[in-house]
Design a protein around this ligand. Structure first.
Ligand SMILES: Nc1ncnc2c1ncn2[C@@H]1O[C@H](COP(=O)(O)OP(=O)(O)OP(=O)(O)O)[C@@H](O)[C@H]1O
Length: 244
């Protein structure tokens, strides 16, 4: 059973090293129900490693990531709890969008009618029977998002979801994220596009050199530091030693 009194995501003291080099060090933050949390940080800061640990794709050296109080591997129906868009590059170019979703739906035990619903949600219905090899980057991102939505999860983890989207696509994505959260869902949104994060996030977590440099409510945090997310972010991250 889901423990509804615990945060959607509770990240507690997560640490991970690769070959003795720390990638993530003692990272803690919460993602609450109905909130969009922007996960920000320079290249190599540790954002992907953190999201991979939340999703059970990498084992932490210490600490834990709890999804409504449970580790990913202990979830009975993970895809019905948490959906993730990590990378659209691995999509099979010879399959159609609909075939991709059919396979994904079968793997997670979702009924086929849901495929039409998510295709409609991501505005890909008319391209569903075309091969993915002919999709633009933005269309691949929409398809990857459709796959994340298949299980009707209450939590979304989105890594650079705006990648390849045109301005209308970015506007559409922002509305999708906002209405998902307004309906009670939670979103962890990793992005380098600060202007997009500023428009949609409720909270931010800034990671620099593997550690949390700042976290909290976006508006009050940024207002307390001159009101501009970009200069605040650059101040926080300028001391980390470049791309790791
Ligand atoms: N599988 C791996 N093997 C070795 N080192 C790794 C591995 N995955 C990540 N790292 C290292 O861990 C650190 C954090 O990388 P990570 O990909 O989590 O950063 P990021 O914040 O997601 O960066 P970007 O914004 O560029 O995607 C980097 O120094 C990276 O080189």
């Amino acid at each position: 059973m889901t423990n509804s009194t615990s945060p959607a995501l509770a990240i507690r003291g997560l640490s991970k090293s690769f070959s003795g080099h720390p990638a993530v060090e003692d990272v803690s933050f919460d993602v609450l129900d109905g909130r969009v949390v922007g996960l920000l940080g320079p290249n190599g800061a540790g954002k992907t490693t953190t999201t991979r640990m939340i999703l059970g794709l990498a084992a932490p050296d210490s600490g834990e990531a709890l999804i409504h109080g449970r580790r990913y591997r202990d979830l009975e129906q993970p895809a019905q709890t948490i959906g993730a868009l990590l990378d659209s590059a691995g999509l099979h170019p010879g399959r159609t969008g609909r075939e991709h979703l059919r396979i994904a739906a079968a793997q997670i035990g979702v009924a086929q009618p849901r495929i039409d619903a998510v295709l409609n949600d991501v505005d890909l219905s008319t391209a569903a029977d075309r091969r993915i090899g002919g999709y633009s980057l933005g269309m691949k991102q929409r398809l990857a998002l459709a796959a994340a939505l298949l299980g009707e999860p209450s939590i979304l983890i989105l890594d650079e979801p705006a990648n390849g989207l045109d301005p209308a696509g970015m506007h559409w994505l922002r509305q999708l994220i906002r209405s998902f959260a307004d309906a009670g869902g939670s979103v962890l949104l990793s992005s380098h596009v600060l202007s997009e994060v500023a428009l949609v996030a409720d909270d931010i977590v800034v990671i620099a050199a593997g550690r949390v440099a700042a976290s909290g409510d976006l508006r009050s945090t940024v207002d307390a530091h001159g009101g501009d997310l970009e200069s605040y972010y650059l101040d926080l991250t300028s001391t980390s030693a470049g791309v790791r």
